[in-house]
Design a protein around this ligand. Structure first.
Ligand SMILES: [Zn+2]
Length: 174
């Protein structure tokens, strides 16, 4: 669970975050967040949210995950959308192809960003504390194993989704 999820879980369970405690860590937290944020942004896209952004229902099914990765909404929303398209006769092959080609390049970008993040390794900050004496404060930010595992897991998921997109594209071409 990341900090945003934890905060949300706390709010949902009625436990509020104690502001007093948070203030003390603000400085340090900001820095860790700066490094984490590129990954956090990518992960946010790969990670299925609790609720479908379209219909607000809870997403928990395996098919929800699959539809989330492909279409950004839940399985039920996809069924509804496909039904509507069938009735209206919209979403022709040409549009489908365009949609999935875009999806594939978005997935490629996500995969590249995660790989870059994994390659970048741990970082060190050097902050001058006293300019006269040259005393510096060195802070090393080691990426938690948990985050690295999460990145690798996301890579696996993205690769699986890309395979699916490729299969769909092949079918559309054929
Ligand atoms: Zn939905």
């Amino acid at each position: 669970m990341n900090s945003e999820d934890r905060a949300l879980a706390n709010i949902l369970s009625g436990k509020e975050n104690k502001k007093k405690i948070m203030v003390g860590y603000e400085g340090k937290k900001e820095k860790a967040k700066d490094i984490k944020s590129p990954l956090t942004d990518i992960m946010a896209k790969a990670r299925m949210p609790w609720f479908c952004p379209k219909c607000d229902s809870i997403m928990k099914k395996r098919l929800d995950r699959k539809m989330w990765m492909l279409f950004d909404h839940c399985f039920e929303c996809q069924l509804e959308e496909e039904h509507k398209m069938r009735v209206e006769g919209t979403f022709e092959n040409y549009e489908k192809r365009k949609f999935f080609l875009n999806r594939r390049s978005a997935i490629d970008e996500q995969i590249d960003s995660i790989k870059d993040w994994l390659k970048a390794g741990d970082s060190t900050f050097v902050e001058p504390v006293n300019i006269d004496t040259g005393f510096v404060h060195v802070e090393k930010y080691e990426r938690p194993q948990e985050l690295i595992d999460e990145a690798n897991e996301a890579l696996k998921q993205l690769a699986a989704t890309k395979n699916e997109v490729n299969t769909i594209l092949e079918e559309l071409n054929g």
